[in-house]
Design a protein around this ligand. Structure first.
Ligand code: PMP
Length: 405
C-alpha cells in the first residue's frame, strides 16, 4: 500500500467531463492543465465586472486592476521563494521567457567562441532559441547526455563544463520522461566555471515546491497554463542584479522611464521587460491558480502524481507488451510504446474510450532520436487524476491490443 495522499478534486474541474456528461480521463496535463472553477471565476470577474486596464488610469477601477496585477506578481514571488517581486517578469509563457533571456542577457554576454550547454532531453523551446543565438554570435552548443534511466548525467556535466561555457540551460523536470534534475548540483557545476544556469521549470512548477534561493539557479521560467492557470501568461524569474544589468527587449509603452526623439531611458525591471498593455486578466487568474494549488500543498501534489505514475508503470509493465521510458520514480509523467502499435493509433483508440493521452515527439525530437523512436505515447498526471483514470487507460490498452491482435 502506498502512503501517497488522496486528492479528490475532480469536481472542481468542469473540463473533466465529456460533451455527453461522462467522466473524461484526462492524461495530458504535461501539455496543459485543466482549470479549477476558482481560476475560471477569477478570469471571468477580471474580464467582466472588474475590468479596466492597468497603470495609466486615474479612475478607481483601473487603480484596483493595477493593484490586482501587481498582487499577482507578489503572489508568484512568494510562491517560488523569490527575494522580491521585482524579480518576476510576466511573459506569455516559458517559450517567451527563454527567448527573452537569449535575446537580452544572452546577446550581451555570449559571444564568438563561447559555449552553451543543453541536454539531450530538452524541449524544443530550450533548444531553438539557443541555436538562434549561437548562430547569431558564433557560439557553440554542447549537449549533456542522459544516464541509462533518463536523468541528465551530472557526472558528465561536471567533467565537461569549461570556462568557455557561459550558460547551462536544463529542464528541471523532463516533459517526456518525468525525470527530475539534481538542480543544486547542476547550479554548483555551472557556477564553478563561471556559467549561469537557466532552468526550464514548465513541468516542475505545477508539481514541486520551488525555492529560488535554495535552487541557486540564475534564471527560471514556467508557463501559467500548465499550473492550472490560463494560457497567455508565464513567468521569468531572474536574480535582481541580473535583470538590472539586462538591456530591454521589446520596446513600447510601459517599459520606459522617459521618451524623447533625442534619447529614451528605460524603466527598471520588471517593467523594462513588459512593453505594452500586459496580460492583466491572465495574471489575476494565475494568482487564483497559485492560491488553489498552494492550499493543497505542492509536496502532496508531487507525491500524489508520482504515485499514480508508479502505479501506471506497474500496470503497463504487467501487459508484457510495453516498453517503458524514463526513471522508475518520475514526476507524474510516463512515456511508453505499445508493441506493434503506433502511438497515434493508440491515442485515437483511447480517445474513443474517453481517455486523452499525448502521442508524438512532445517537442523533444533529439530525445526521440536518443530513445530510437519517432514518437512515444505519454500519460501525464495532474492533481485531479486518480486510479480510475489508470483503470480507464488500461481498459483502452487491452482493447487496442485485441484490435491489433
Ligand atoms: N519546456 C517544457 C519542459 C515544456 O513541457 C513546455 C510545454 N510543453 C515548454 C517548455 C514550452 O511551454 P509553452 O509552450 O507554454 O511556452
Amino acid at each position: 500500500m502506498s502512503n501517497a495522499p488522496v486528492l479528490d478534486r475532480k469536481a472542481d474541474f468542469p473540463g473533466l467531463v465529456t460533451a455527453g456528461g461522462k467522466p473524461w480521463h484526462y492524461l495530458d496535463t504535461a501539455a496543459s492543465a485543466q482549470k479549477p472553477l476558482e481560476v475560471i471565476d477569477a478570469m471571468s470577474r477580471a474580464l467582466g465586472s472588474d475590468y479596466a486596464t492597468v497603470h495609466r488610469g486615474v479612475y478607481n477601477r483601473s487603480a484596483q486592476m493595477t493593484l490586482g496585477y501587481e498582487a499577482a506578481r507578489k503572489r508568484v514571488a512568494d510562491f517560488i521563494g523569490a527575494k522580491s517581486e521585482n524579480e518576476i517578469v510576466f511573459v506569455r509563457g516559458a517559450t517567451e521567457g527563454i527567448n527573452l533571456v537569449g535575446q537580452t542577457w544572452g546577446a550581451a554576454n555570449i559571444g564568438a567562441g563561447d559555449r552553451i550547454m543543453l541536454s539531450t532531453l530538452e524541449h524544443h523551446s530550450n533548444i531553438v532559441p539557443w541555436q538562434m543565438l549561437a548562430e547569431r554570435v558564433g557560439a557553440q552548443i554542447d549537449v549533456c547526455p542522459l544516464t541509462e534511466d533518463g536523468l541528465i548525467d551530472l557526472d558528465w556535466l561536471e567533467a565537461n563544463l569549461t570556462e568557455r561555457h557561459k550558460l547551462v540551460a536544463l529542464a528541471h523536470v523532463s516533459n517526456v520522461l518525468g525525470s527530475v534534475l539534481g538542480a543544486k548540483r547542476a547550479a554548483k557545476a555551472a557556477h564553478a566555471v563561471g556559467a549561469k544556469l537557466l532552468l526550464d521549470g514548465c513541468q516542475a512548477a505545477p508539481r514541486m515546491r520551488l525555492a529560488m534561493d535554495k535552487l541557486d539557479c540564475d534564471f527560471y521560467v514556467f508557463s501559467g497554463h500548465k499550473l492550472y492557470g490560463p494560457t497567455g501568461i508565464g513567468v521569468l524569474w531572474a536574480r535582481e542584479e541580473l535583470l538590472d544589468a539586462m538591456p530591454p527587449w521589446h520596446g513600447g509603452g510601459a517599459m520606459i522611464d522617459k521618451v524623447s526623439f533625442e534619447k529614451t531611458t528605460y524603466a527598471p525591471p520588471p517593467q523594462r521587460f513588459e512593453a505594452g498593455t500586459p496580460m492583466i486578466t491572465e495574471a489575476i487568474a494565475l494568482h487564483a491558480a497559485i492560491d488553489y494549488v498552494d492550499a493543497l500543498g505542492m509536496e502532496r501534489l508531487f507525491e500524489h502524481e508520482s504515485d499514480l505514475a508508479t502505479k501506471a508503470r506497474a500496470a503497463l509493465r504487467d501487459t508484457n507488451k510495453v516498453t517503458l521510458f524514463g526513471p522508475e520514480k518520475s514526476a507524474g509523467i510516463v512515456s511508453f510504446a505499445l508493441d506493434g502499435v503506433h502511438p497515434h493509433d493508440l491515442g485515437t483508440i483511447l480517445d474513443e474510450e474517453d481517455v486523452a493521452i499525448r502521442a508524438g515527439h512532445h517537442c523533444a525530437q533529439p530525445l526521440m532520436e536518443h530513445l530510437g523512436v519517432s514518437a512515444t505515447a505519454r500519460a501525464s498526471f495532474g492533481l485531479y487524476n486518480d486510479e480510475s483514470d489508470i483503470d480507464a487507460l488500461m481498459r483502452g490498452i487491452e482493447r487496442t491490443l485485441r484490435i491489433f491482435g
